[in-house]
Design a protein around this ligand. Structure first.
Ligand SMILES: Cc1ncc(COP(=O)(O)O)c(C=O)c1O
Length: 378
């Protein structure tokens, strides 16, 4: 099937709508809805009679995720409730020494700042580095010193859309013995991530943005070599080595990343995300990235020429991802967002501007329409 036919089949969205908020909550493709419906029907008919099939699906999803981020093994991946939950597991699991510090961008989403700041009681300082210079990676690395335990950064900043060179940061961290934690929610599904090539120790991303999956199911990758270093903070039947042996009094944590999954999995999310990934694989990650970047570049060129516009998204192509944020002189951006929503354009008010985040299936003609509507609204 051609990519155009695939898009027509999978995204039969309301024609009155132009959905450009994938950095907020993305829509589901048709096959994701079908997978969740089929799972629901099976529940109605026969409950969990065939639980083994569910467990196989869960394994299949972990393997899809492994391929998606090029993790060494599916065993390196846990399914957790959210990006925030995974970040908290890392932040609360490290054996901090008084005087340690964590370095991260000053413009981070709160979920990738608060868990680190919450470690202050253990004498851990959080160093927020503004990413306003020409070389943000150099600025982040310059803020690290011998007491830096973790560099925690989003691959793409939620407000400005700035895309960091994860490979460069990872290589520098590994060399200096600093743990590298990547919140990938604003890039995974839009841009590639290779956790091995980029020397990533921890990566996490919920399904509901660029991955086009359900809310409430997130991938948590933890590099096998650092897994034993993370102190566990959540316990239950599911995270033990002998899962299913309900009579055993002795237990130890699973050797795999299942140790981070304390209880029953979010099976509805498992079926939904697996279908969404299936679509992303079919569309092809190179093609998706090419289209995402083409859409953001087109949008940037169009927004640039609006009198009084100021782009918060970096101009340099190598810094771009799927997010494009613009400030318009003298405008009430929240009012503008609401006006656009009334006209069917779904975007967000972030970083003091309007944030557009089209995905690979959005068309240039939709961007033209957005610009027309924006021009009459301002
Ligand atoms: C960079 C970043 N991290 C984390 C989150 C929150 O993700 P979750 O709801 O899965 O915890 C968001 C949501 O916008 C985000 O942009």
């Amino acid at each position: 099937m051609s990519i155009e036919s695939l898009i027509a089949e999978e995204f039969p969205q309301d024609p009155a709508l132009i959905y450009m908020n994938h950095a907020g909550v993305g829509p589901w493709p048709r096959r994701t809805a079908r997978a969740v419906q089929a799972f629901a029907e099976e529940n109605v008919r026969s409950g969990a009679r065939n639980y083994a099939a569910r467990m196989r699906k869960e394994q299949e999803l972990k393997d899809q995720l492994r391929r998606f981020i090029n993790a060494p093994a599916a065993e390196d991946i846990a399914l957790v409730a959210s990006t925030s939950a995974a970040l908290s597991m890392v932040a609360c699991g490290i054996d901090w020494k008084w005087g340690d510090n964590v370095v991260g961008p000053a413009e981070e989403f709160p979920s990738n700042r608060i868990p680190w700041q919450a470690q202050r009681k253990w004498g851990v300082a959080y160093r927020a580095v503004p990413l306003i210079g020409a070389d943000p990676e150099a600025d982040l690395l310059a803020a690290c010193d011998r007491q830096t335990r973790v560099l925690a950064a989003s691959s793409v900043q939620f407000g400005t859309g700035l895309s960091l060179d994860i490979g460069r940061l990872g290589a520098a961290c590994r060399k200096r013995g600093i743990l590298f934690c990547v919140d990938a929610i604003q890039s995974l599904g839009a841009l590639p991530l290779d956790v091995q090539a980029a020397h990533v120790d921890f990566a996490m991303a919920d399904a509901h943005k660029w991955l086009l999956g359900p809310e409430g199911i997130a991938l948590f990758y933890c590099r096998a070599e650092v897994r034993p270093q993370l102190e566990l903070r959540q316990f239950g039947w599911h995270m033990v080595e002998a899962m299913g042996d309900f009579d055993a009094n002795e237990w130890r944590p699973a050797g795999t990343a299942r140790r981070f999954e304390c209880g029953s999995p979010n099976m509805t999310g498992v079926y939904g995300l697996s279908a969404s990934l299936d679509l992303l694989f079919e569309a092809g990650s190179d093609e998706i990235t090419r289209r995402v970047l083409k859409n953001s570049s087109y949008l940037i060129e169009k927004l640039k020429v609006i009198p009084g516009s100021f782009l918060l998204t970096p101009d340099s192509e190598s810094r771009r991802a799927g997010i494009v944020t613009v400030r318009l002189d003298g405008q009430d951006h929240e009012k503008l967002r609401q006006d656009l929503a009334l006209a069917g354009v779904i975007c967000a008010h972030r970083a003091g501007g309007l944030r557009f985040s089209p995905h690979f299936y959005n068309r240039e003609s939709q961007i033209d329409n957005v610009l027309e509507i924006l021009n009459v609204s301002i």
